[in-house]
Structure formats: structure tokens, C-alpha cells
Design a protein around this ligand. Sequence first.
Ligand code: 8YV
Length: 321
Amino acid sequence: MSKIDVLVVWPNRPEQMQMLADTYELHRYDLANEAEKSAMIEAVGHKIRAVATTHGGGFNDTLLAQLPNLEIVCSSSVGLDTICVQACHERGIPVTNTPDVLTDDVADMAMMLTLTTLRRMLPGVAWIKSGNWVEKGMMPLNTSLRGKTLGIVGLGRIGKAIAARAEAFGMNISYFSRQAKTDVRYRHYDDLIALAKDVDVLAPVIPGGAATEGLISRDVLSALGEDSFFINVSRGSVVDEAALVELLEQRAIKGAGLDVYVDEPNVPQALLAMDHVVLQPHCASGTFETRAAMAQLVVDNLAAHFADKPLLTPVATKIKS
Ligand code: 8YV
């Protein structure tokens, strides 16, 4: 029996890629140049029954339209902002993602950025390496976490995991969401500017996409104030990045810890020179353990689909209002 044809838009971990290769006929769109991509779709587009991708690789409606027999899209990401979920659902094609398995690592990254930024760890390293410790003595003081308030925008699974960690560091938690949650005792705000005014650290933990684009606006960032910090492990698109850079330049915000940017992998040049900013290359879920678990979900969701079993992590269809 011939193998089921799967289009690999973006690869997975080697072990899981091998599992996929053992079971399916893989078409390596990810390895093809533009001309080869077109030729590949022309030749096998009609045979493709599944797509494997990630947030970085995405999956758009142009490609969807070229795959008439597609049955399922599996993304190795929790975020779906680069995937045409609605168009897939309109064609009855389920989409799977990777919630839960990355929650702890992403929350750890948020804490790591908070600690590294407030405690000025990187300038501390530079202080030693530059010889300043010997020549000038102790480095300037930094900011304590204990007693400070962390304002989380969007208190979903990852937001709650960050809140639990921050509490262990003695921080108070406030959050913004349209409606107050009944399962937490943190202070609720339904006004983002009011939250930003009141907190010492502001952290959006919300999905990317049109609905949240620029939500952390210049006004919100300005309300944060010169003694406060901004931490972002969600998506660059949720913040007005130009305003963030400008306010950091003017020291109207005290510091920032960023894992995500508007135009990845391009990071605004001005940020590179700032010693009150800690930058990471979108790698909050980038541990061996978590990436393997994410990749395994792609393998397991595909297996479930083709065995006619319930999917492990299907993305819910949005009901149109
Ligand atoms: C990665 C992420 O970008 O899951 C997400 O939404 O942003 C990250 O974990 C990624 O998709 C890993 O392949």
C-alpha cells in the first residue's frame, strides 16, 4: 500500500521527523527553493493529505488553495497567528497545535527575562569582563522583585504559570482581561491603561494576530512609566514596537526583556545597543524536552487522524458572531 503524502512546511525534531518518514511519504517543502516549491505543488499538491508545520513556517490560504485533498494541518506551536485556521475550518480541515507542553518553559523564560532585566544581570557580566569591578569597584545597584507588582495581560495557561512563579519571588499579581476570572484571587483590571499605571512590570501573554495587534499601544506603554519594566514572551505584534523602542531610548520605561519581535528574525537596531534591555531570539519553548514534546504531538495527532481516532489537541472552531 502506498504511503500517505504529507507536506512538511517546516521540519520537526530529528527523532519525530524519522517517525514521520517511517510512516508517511514526506514532501520536503521546507528544503525546496521557490521554483522547486512550485514544481512540488504542481506535481503532488493533489495527493497531499496532511501538512506539518510550526509557527515559524506557518500555513497560508494560498497554499491551502493548492491542496484540494488536504485533511489535516498539524502545527508544532501553541500560537496560530501564522496559520489560516479559519480558512481550514471552513473547508472542514482540522488544525492541531501544542498547548500545555510548552507552558512551563515559556513561563520560565518570562521569569528569566524579569530577573535578568530587573537585576541587571547582563550589565553585571559586562562589569566584570570590562575590568570595571577592579577599576571602579561595585557596579550600580539594581531593582528587587519582592514587593513589586506584575501586571499580566491575558491570564490563560501561560499567564497563570508566570503568575505562580512571580508569586514565589514575592511579587503581587494583577491582570487585565475583559472579564474577571473566578478561579484566581489576583487583582483584575478591565482597563489596560489603569493596569499599566499601577504595575511595576507589564507582561502581555496573549495570542498574536489581528485581534491583538498593537494592543500594548504607545499610551499603555507611556502609562507604565519610568520606574517600570516591560516583558514580552507572547508576540511582537501585540505591542507598538516603535513606541517601545522610543520610550526605552528616552528612559521613559526603565527596561525590557523581550523574546519576540514584530519582524523576526529582524530586531530593531536600536535595541541592540541598549544595556537596559535583555533580548532573546524567540526561544521560550526552545528546550530539547519541550520541542520534543511539541514534535511528538504533531506525530500523535497525525496518527490519531489517520486511525480515525479523536485528535489529541485540536484547535476549536470559532463560532462566528
Ligand atoms: C515557536 C511559539 O515559535 O508555540 C508557539 O506559538 O511561538 C514557539 O513555541 C515554535 O512554533 C517552535 O517551532
